[in-house]
Write a protein that binds this ligand. Sequence first.
Ligand code: SAM
Length: 249
Amino acid sequence: MKKKLGQNFLRNADISQKIVELSDFDPLIKILEIGPGDGALTDMLIKLSSNLSLLEYDSDLILPLKNKYKKYNFEIINDDARTYKINSNSKTNIIGNLPYYASNIIIRNFMFQKPVNSMVFTVQKEVGAQIVAGNGKKSYLSLLIQSYCEVKELLIIKNTEFFPVPKVDSMTVKITPKAIANNPKYNDFIRKSFSNPRKKILNSISMGLSLSSEEVKALLSFSNIDENLRPQHLSLGDWKNLYEKFKNL
Ligand code: SAM
């Protein structure tokens, strides 16, 4: 197995089954599985739908997958999920036990693609916790994803359920885009505002966006936000509010 490709294979069929059940995918909607590996999830997905495509980056796994599933008529694509673009307009549900080294970038690649209906991803538990974080614990990743998607924790999976055993446990999350257009300026605003997450919001925004303390104080006061809070304490509503005021500076 290739460590650098994040190949930790799930070895418990009950958990694979549970992930597919909890995904609650409509069997009539096309499914794209990312990183099928040797088929731990695929084995369960074929019971749900025949409208399935597999996207695997490791070319050495393509032939074994083709052989294993030769009686099924689904597409097996050898490509990189960090950059792959869905080339059809049909609604698509995406599922995958993601390679940890690339989970963040894979989520960001798919969350803005129009055909995507919903995504069920297994990621490192810490990354999952950021994706579903409530107020007081939000990071840039939480805000970015929650600004555009509904999020839900589905399952915690012990590290020992995978082989080779990774260092940390995993979390399966469901991410459902809300059909809000990507706004790179807003994304840039929150990313820069989080550039010093341990500092108070006043300093973090002023340093990240190169604004004077007076400008940021005014921005915070117009938005009714206490300047002594830290970036993680602000709610999604606070950030949206703050961005609206910032746009008009
Ligand atoms: N689905 C299998 C399972 O649950 O046992 C394998 C999961 S393993 C954590 C991650 C899989 O993603 C591996 O098959 C790996 O080769 C594949 N992979 C790694 N990088 C990828 C990328 N950039 N695009 C698509 N697949 C990738």
